[in-house]
Design a protein around this ligand. Structure first.
Ligand code: ATP
Ligand code: MG
Length: 580
């Protein structure tokens, strides 16, 4: 392609609202433009890169037997009522009415639509399993659209759905899918981790996320270098508590009596600990939360925090939020800073670590007072103990002997789920098994954010001059830059290089614009083409052209025209990431 004929509106300045580097660079490189909050137009250069990612995804989906479909983006409300998600999905679901007043939504995901198709067409175990996928735009009315296409409202997703006769067969496809995802993100040149994940609003029983490691990531992941265990931090398991020598000593001595002590103005763990000359781990915090059944309390050691997602999973409730101002104003008997588990008329759940404590401190449920010398068995009524504390870096690994947690930030680019019969039961997607009996199908679903994957690649691979495309995502492999294209000799050489590389199947861009060399070099660096061939009069008179490697800034002179034949090799040896 000739640069002058392409619509690549590059910019010197970053947009004012861009917080992350990928957003800045995608706008500056002329890949995208914002139309409205979280809604982007994809321009030619952006589309070339998205198509590369899509193609990689397609190939890997087809490889494991996926069949591509294209489902409507507008979906009737009735289907969402059947699955009970019409109410549950909340404000993220963009609801619309047609001219007859019928309700629809713009699809944020397609479990309902695909289940509707399959239940109508598939009747027998002989037609299963089936794996369908599409690459299409979704709409989610995100509370905080940001980071450009990384968290847009309208965005491109690959979503796949599988239907099976049983859980075992679903797991088989799930593992194939995990492998396909690994291939996809490796081919995209990304550094990523597959981590254990929560199922969120999609529901289901078992799920993993694929996280690209990047400081700008919205998620935190915890992983163990020793054994490889990795989890989204919101779900990361902790090692069951082992009583310490101090705990053992305490349990060997006579337990203290529970005593009320005055703690005027001492509300936080640090204040109470300081006042009573204790450590934070001798204090137990009582955290109030609310779910669909009302108030609940969670107990954790003073030096720990509650993880609301783990607590929600322990309770098995629909939703769980920390108690807010409104709750406290309704419940005058609850005194902030002095809340404790004794005398509450709602269920109390405790972290496992609390079960091994002795002689600890809790709030006394009245202003300016705490209880000391508390014993779990003797003094507290706990509904259930479980793993509800938030994991931190350096905590011991739950899966191996000596490992410990390391914590890093990540961008979730893919998410896979085993859904079980959640949708098939609700929507009556059944089949007849070998014995002629009717069963609900078992389902899996699998998503990849295409735009988010591309943005994540930029987050991982850029420098002060612009994007450094991984080999397989680069919109072009080579850019030919004449120092001055109006010079007939240079023009000839550049056209020849361009034509021959093009014939050799190498995607090449020729910067034929009349701009100054500096502008052209800046743009080439900004849009991140892996290899630049710079053709100038001086070098050419010595029979040479300059080759610059975008990733490393290395530049070297090569004999012309021999260089044309060497390009595939140079590309192979110098593209990013290195050829394995
Ligand atoms: P998140 O927690 O980031 O909101 P999610 O769990 O809601 O993601 P899924 O429903 O699993 O996401 O969607 C599948 C994939 O679609 C995600 O892994 C992500 O790559 C992508 N995705 C989700 N929401 C957005 C968005 N608002 N903008 C761009 N990509 C998105
Ligand atoms: Mg989401």
């Amino acid at each position: 392609m000739y640069f002058s004929k392409l619509f690549i509106p590059t910019l010197k300045e970053s947009p004012a609202d861009a917080d992350v580097i990928s957003h800045k660079l995608m706008v500056r490189a002329g890949m995208i433009r914002q139309l409205a909050s979280g809604i982007y137009s994809i321009l030619p250069l952006g589309l070339r890169v998205l198509r590369k990612a899509e193609q990689i995804i397609r190939e890997e989906m087809n490889q494991i037997g996926g069949q591509e479909v294209f489902l409507p983006s507008i979906q009737p409300a009735e289907l969402w009522m059947e699955s009970k998600r019409w109410d549950f999905y909340g404000k993220e679901l963009l609801r619309i009415k047609d001219r007859h007043g019928r309700e629809f939504c713009y699809g944020p995901t397609h479990e309902e639509v695909i289940t509707d198709i399959v239940r109508k067409e598939v009747k027998s175990y002989r037609q299963l399993p089936i794996l369908l996928y599409q690459i299409q735009t979704k709409f989610r009315d995100e509370v905080r659209p940001r980071f450009g296409v990384m968290r847009g409202r309208e965005f491109m997703m690959k979503d796949a759905y599988s239907f099976h006769v049983d859980e075992k067969d679903t797991q088989h496809t799930y593992h194939q899918m995990a492998k396909a995802y690994t291939n996809i993100f490796e081919r995209c040149g990304l550094k990523f981790k597959q981590v254990q994940a929560d199922s969120g609003t999609i529901g289901g029983s078992f799920s993993h996320e694929f996280m690209v490691l990047a400081e700008s990531g919205e998620d935190e992941i915890g992983f163990c270098k020793t054994c490889g265990y990795a989890s989204n931090l919101e779900l990361a398991e902790s090692k069951p508590p082992l009583p310490t020598s101090a705990d053992a000593a305490a349990s060997a001595t006579v337990p203290q009596d529970m005593k009320e002590v005055a703690t005027p103005g001492k509300k936080s763990v640090a204040e109470v600990a300081g006042f009573l000359k204790l450590t934070a781990r001798q204090i137990v915090k009582t955290i109030l939360l609310e779910n669909e059944n009302g108030l609940v309390a969670g107990l954790v050691r003073g030096d720990h925090e509650i993880n609301p997602i783990k607590m929600k999973n322990l309770l098995g409730c629909e939703w769980l939020h920390p108690a807010n101002e409104e709750t406290f104003s309704k419940h005058r008997e609850l005194h902030r800073g002095y809340i404790g588990p004794i005398g509450l008329d709602f269920p109390i759940y405790a972290d496992r670590e609390v079960s091994v404590l002795h002689d600890f401190v809790i709030g006394a449920n009245k202003p300016s007072a705490h209880f000391t010398g508390v014993q779990v068995q003797r003094d507290l009524k706990i509904e259930k103990f479980g793993d509800i504390k938030a994991v931190r870096a350096k905590d011991p690994c739950p899966r191996c002997e000596d490992g410990e947690y390391e914590v890093k930030r990540g961008i979730e680019v893919g998410h896979i789920f085993i859904l079980g019969n959640k949708y098939s039961s609700a929507m009556n997607a059944v089949f007849l098994d070998q014995h002629g009996e009717e069963n609900a199908m078992i389902m899996g679903c699998y998503g990849i954010g295409v735009g988010r994957t591309v943005a994540a690649a930029i987050e991982q691979s850029n420098d002060e001059r612009g994007i450094i495309w991984p080999r397989n995502l680069a919109p072009f492999q080579v850019i030919v830059i004449p120092v001055n294209y109006s010079n007939g000799d240079l023009q000839n050489v550049c056209d020849t290089i361009y034509r021959r590389l093009h014939e050799a199947g190498i995607e090449t861009l020729l910067d034929d614009r009349p701009n100054r060399l500096g502008v052209k070099l800046n743009d080439a660096d900004l849009i991140g083409i892996p290899l630049q061939i710079i053709v100038g009069e001086k070098n050419l008179s010595a029979g040479k052209v300059e080759i610059k490697i975008r990733a490393t800034h290395e530049s070297s002179l090569h004999p012309y025209p021999q260089v044309i034949e060497d390009i595939p090799n140079i590309l192979r040896n110098n593209s990013f990431p290195a050829t394995p």
